[in-house]
Design a protein around this ligand. Structure first.
Ligand code: URA
Length: 206
């Protein structure tokens, strides 16, 4: 439906820390959370709101509150690096999990874990920090749709053009919010310039 590349100095500052091979796991996790906060703010733009009355210390006025249930679905395992940001901004969110691994021979995505709450009528935020070929994200979105998710926004830190094209082609109804669209993929399907392996850098498994 829409593609938004978030471009502001705070997001770009922490994205640079994520890219740096000098950032240790703690610095990396903290930067991942901060970039994710920017992305979640952007992804929240379409949420349904309702008008409410509120009393300030001076007088009554109107405000708004979020009037739509929200489900966050981190794609395991690197999507876990974004979940803190979602919980900080949207504490009432339900969290589901999708585990999709790439078969290294066929390069096709295979699911190894799925736990999804009721998603009917809710905004589903899919957290997939590295959108490379698009295979895993497209597969995860299809699993979410098969279980009733319909209003879906995918949030990615870095994407490759080929991955964006694939998700837009296979799921034209899904909104994409991304901090950067990088140049291309290398022979091992890593995004260039990218930031390396997100899961390894988050969890110190290099
Ligand atoms: N997954 C990663 O962690 N990094 C990439 O560059 C691509 C996929």
């Amino acid at each position: 439906m829409s593609l938004t590349v978030v471009d502001n100095p705070i997001t770009n500052h922490y994205l640079t820390i994520l890219r740096s091979n000098q950032s240790n796991a703690e610095t990396f996790r903290s930067a991942a959370r901060r970039v994710s906060l920017s992305l979640v703010h952007e992804a929240a733009k379409g949420l349904v709101e309702e008008t409410v009355e509120v009393e300030t210390p001076l007088e009554g006025t109107t405000g708004t509150k979020i009037a739509q249930g929200i489900v966050a679905v981190p794609v395991l395992r690197s999507g876990l690096g974004m979940i803190d940001a979602v919980l900080a901004l949207l504490p009432d969110v339900s969290v589901g999990y999708v585990g999709v691994a790439r078969d290294e021979i066929t390069i096709k995505p295979e699911e190894y874990y799925v736990k999804l709450p009721d998603m009917a009528g809710k905004k589903v935020l899919v957290l997939e920090p590295m959108l490379a070929t698009g295979g895993s994200l497209s597969y995860a979105i299809q699993m979410i749709k098969n279980r009733g998710g319909a209003d879906i926004t995918a949030i990615c830190v870095i994407a490759a053009p080929v991955g964006v094209d694939r998700v837009q082609r296979e799921h034209p109804d899904v909104d994409l919010v991304i901090a950067s669209i990088d140049r291309d993929l290398n022979d091992h399907y890593y995004i260039r310039p990218g930031l390396g392996d997100m899961g390894d850098r988050l969890f110190g498994t290099v």
